[in-house]
Write a protein of this length. Structure first.
Length: 212
């Protein structure tokens, strides 16, 4: 797996306070109140795409560019520069002896969670899970499901799952992982992110922002 983060926090798990977890605009997609989640992707391009999503030119920016007769090079707001790259690395992660990851994209998972995590869905007015729901904008839903999965235990009280497998909302080409904090993870390699990094160049070209 790959993860893009500041060099001093590649293995730092994301956390969210309980008092803000009920806000849809706070935290990350699968954050768990009282627990930690480490976000990673199967490919370096997937990891880079996730963390650079904010650099994609918006429709309103493109409209301003069109009205001004400008090119993307003239709009620094859509530029990823050295100040962003310098403190960050692409880390290669490995996990051994992890518990199973639940595939939040699978129809079987939707059926299972609709039955067993139904209180989460009922509380948010979601009649049944499907792809549109789990990839949708509601972080209250995805965090509620993540919390249920994080807290799921067997008859002896042991956790059932090591995390969640999901697809990026940017593209189904990007397979991603939300790794729970009880899952053993080690950093096996890391590399600095340069302007000519082939994975970064590919992501910038695909998602329409420039590098400088």
């Amino acid at each position: 797996m790959f993860r893009v983060a500041r060099a001093d926090s590649v293995l730092r798990f994301s956390t969210i306070r309980a008092d803000v977890s009920g806000r849809d605009n706070e935290g990350n997609r699968f954050d768990v109140p009282g627990g930690g989640v480490l976000y990673a992707a199967t490919t370096a391009q997937g990891a880079l795409a996730e963390v650079t999503a904010a650099f994609r030119p918006s429709a309103s920016l493109r409209q301003l560019m069109a009205e001004a007769g400008a090119t993307a090079d003239e709009f620094a707001v859509s530029t990823l520069d050295a100040s962003w790259r310098a403190p960050r690395v692409v880390g290669t992660l490995r996990s051994r002896d992890a518990l199973p990851f639940i595939d939040i994209e699978a129809a079987e998972t939707h059926t299972y969670l609709t039955e067993h995590a139904r209180t989460v869905l009922i509380g948010l007015g979601v009649p049944a899970l499907d792809v549109a729901a789990v990839r949708g904008p509601s972080r209250l839903l995805t965090r509620g499901l993540a919390t249920w999965i994080y807290q799921a235990v067997n008859e002896t009280g042991d956790p059932l799952y090591g995390g969640i497998r999901y697809l990026s909302r940017l593209s189904t080409d990007y397979e991603c992982w939300a790794i729970f904090d009880e899952t053993p993870v080690e950093l096996v390699d890391e590399r600095r992110i340069t302007i000519d990094d082939p994975d970064l160049v590919a992501v910038a070209e695909r998602h329409g922002f420039r590098l400088s």
